[in-house]
Design a protein around this ligand. Structure first.
Ligand SMILES: Cc1cc2nc3c(=O)[nH]c(=O)nc-3n(C[C@H](O)[C@H](O)[C@H](O)COP(=O)(O)OP(=O)(O)OC[C@H]3O[C@@H](n4cnc5c(N)ncnc54)[C@H](O)[C@@H]3O)c2cc1C
Length: 392
């Protein structure tokens, strides 16, 4: 077995793991990131795309902003559409903050490049990874090219997503799980079509929810609510476009531009939290600790928020020998996380068609949308959550 040593061993090269490694490096702290997939796989994986103002500010202040500032799309707000009419919510005017559309895999490319240019270690294609001894002297074991490795470290960053190994390695009885599944999923497509709206359009119809969004000036990203058991093979490109046009077209004639479908897939909707987000010297961050339904565009932003808190705590430990911030990591993250969970659940509940819904519920949902698009107080509440609540 080959033995390696670092200060912080990080499992997973998603936004959480890579940003943690980057932030630690800026504080002079060494880390090794160990990833199951290849570099090309993680750099091509299409997922989220909306950055909160805090995420954008962090990218800029840590030297990652140049390409994002050149290529991203800055949005003042979003549209909520119902009863065939679009209503604009101007976040900039309501909160002074914006959102930025920049695909998650572009953030990943920027982070990978920054780490490698700084001689950071990202070990790709690591198989059979396990974590151990995180209550005393943590180690990460994995195999690469037929060879077995063991990384000894002071701390482990469990940044390996919802299906990773870090969370399940914590002994039974330590974690409390809070979970909610939804009786619908999202069928998402990436299409080669110029966006016909400069900003996202969230649509409630009695056929179900639909979302118009974009990833670049020539690529649109669209979603429609479907059954959680839906088989993507039953959805031809024609059927998808027909359904999207039916749900998204508004009375003033606005509709998405139609173009070739580049990718399609179905995403489950789930709310999930474990408490606490740490055990011994293992710290869970991002999807490893929590999942939100994508309606509030929060998954990637939460991952970045967690590791911002974690990097400060680890840095405080090495500088001052204090474990106070490390001990408070979970409670600091969870206080903000639960508010983000609430917002993501609320957006989901307001905008989706529920199987059990009757005419009363339909009218109540329309009234809620009417309120949220006409009361300045309600619009401001939505806006301040969407652009991102402050970190403590
Ligand atoms: C299919 C999908 C679509 C999504 N779409 C949207 C969207 O449209 N809008 C939105 O807001 N959010 C979306 N999200 C959520 C958002 O992308 C996530 O919240 C975000 O990726 C979380 O970052 P993370 O670093 O915590 O985890 P991840 O990005 O999942 O990164 C975890 C990393 O760990 C690696 N890993 C896992 N297991 C191991 C192991 N055993 N050993 C080593 N490495 C391992 C994985 O390969 C991965 O690279 C989507 C998520 C998924 C899964």
């Amino acid at each position: 077995m080959k033995k390696l040593r670092t200060q912080v061993g990080i499992v997973g090269a998603g936004p959480a793991g890579l940003m943690l490694s980057h932030l630690l490096h800026l504080e002079g702290i060494e880390s090794i990131v160990i990833e199951a997939q290849s570099r090309s796989h993680i750099e091509g994986r299409v997922r989220a795309g909306v950055l909160e103002q805090g995420t954008v500010d962090l990218m800029r202040s840590t030297g990652l902003g140049e390409r994002m500032d050149r290529e991203s799309l800055r949005h003042r707000g979003v549209y909520l559409s119902f009863d065939g009419n679009r209503h604009h919510l101007d976040f900039r005017e309501l909160t002074g903050k914006c959102i930025t559309v920049y695909a998650q895999h572009e953030v990943i490319k920027d982070l990978v490049r920054a780490r490698l240019e700084a001689d950071g270690q990202i070990l790709f294609d690591a198989k059979h990874l396990s974590v151990a001894n995180f209550e005393s002297a943590p180690v990460i074991r994995y195999q690469q090219d037929g060879e077995t490795y063991e990384v000894a470290c002071d701390f482990i960053g469990g940044c390996d997503g919802f299906h990773g190994v870090c969370r399940p390695s914590i002994p039974e009885g330590v974690l409390n799980v809070f979970e909610r599944t939804y009786p619908f999923a999202w069928l998402g497509i990436l299409a080669e079509a110029a966006p016909s709206s400069e900003e996202l359009v969230y649509t409630y119809t009695d056929r179900g929810f639909a979302l118009f969004s974009m990833r670049s000036p020539s690529v649109t990203r669209l979603y429609l609510q479907c059954s959680p058991n839906e088989d993507i093979r039953n959805w031809s490109d024609d059927r998808i476009w027909k359904e999207l046009l039916q749900r998204l077209t508004t009375k003033d004639g606005w509709a998405p531009n139609v173009g070739p479908v580049l990718q399609k897939g179905i995403t489950d909707m789930r709310s999930f939290v474990v408490e606490p987000m740490q055990h011994g010297r293992l710290f869970l961050a991002g999807d490893a600790a929590h999942i939100v339904p994508p309606t509030g565009a929060k998954g990637m932003n939460l991952a970045i928020a967690d590791v911002t808190v974690l990097s400060r705590a680890i840095s405080n430990f090495y500088r001052n020998g204090s474990e106070d911030l490390l001990a408070a990591y979970s409670s600091t993250c969870l206080r903000r996380l639960w508010k983000v969970q609430r917002f993501s659940w609320w957006m989901t509940a307001m905008l989706h068609h529920w199987e059990t819904q009757n005419e009363f519920d339909h009218r109540r949902q329309l009234a809620e949308l009417d309120y949220v698009t006409s009361s300045r107080a309600a619009m401001t509440s939505l806006a301040e959550n969407y652009v991102g609540l402050p970190l403590e």
